[in-house]
Ligand binder design. Structure first.
Ligand code: ZN
Length: 166
């Protein structure tokens, strides 16, 4: 099978020219970031975060309910002491509802898949600022998350600017 990107060739170049050297396991700036998996985002570059400085947790939408497991590991085992939740404009999560996605799954994958999808909340949202507020609140209310600073942000896909959401 031919894959889209030649990882082995690219990696050989990376090993020679880009490998940052061995780093400690624990992020040196003690920062955890939750953001979207959107292919247009480069949170390290956008925020000036170097390799080794932060745990970057990415999923569809940057939802903290899904990131909870990783955040607990990040805090308890990797020593992070602040959390940033960054959603973005133009997010794929703004353009569907659970019902629409479940209907598509039924069409594409059949009835048993549709039954399984009925139990999954795909966590779409209609308002990016509100989703950030909801996800920050979820973490602040969670008994599994330590009492640390938690900041919400929106990244503007149109121009790369971030803004705080309070
Ligand atoms: Zn997104």
């Amino acid at each position: 099978m031919e894959y889209a990107i030649d990882f082995e060739a690219n990696n050989a170049k990376f090993q020679k020219e880009g490998f940052p050297g061995q780093q400690p396991l624990r992020p040196s700036k003690h920062v955890a970031i939750v953001s979207c998996m959107d292919a247009r985002l480069d949170m390290h570059k956008a925020l000036g975060v170097a390799i080794g400085e932060a745990n970057l947790i990415q999923n569809a939408g940057g939802r903290t309910t899904e990131a909870l497991r990783s955040l607990v590991v990040s805090q308890q085992l990797l020593g992070t002491k602040e959390i940033h939740v960054i959603h973005h404009t133009g997010c794929g999560m703004l353009i569907f509802t659970n019902t629409e996605l479940r209907n598509k799954i039924k069409q594409d994958l059949g009835t048993s898949a549709a039954d399984a999808a009925g139990a999954v909340d795909f966590l779409p949202f209609p308002d990016v600022d509100q989703s950030v507020r909801d996800d920050v609140k979820f973490l602040k209310d969670s008994p599994l998350i330590m009492d640390v600073p938690i900041q919400g942000w929106v990244y503007q896909i149109e121009d790369g600017k971030i803004r705080k959401v309070d």
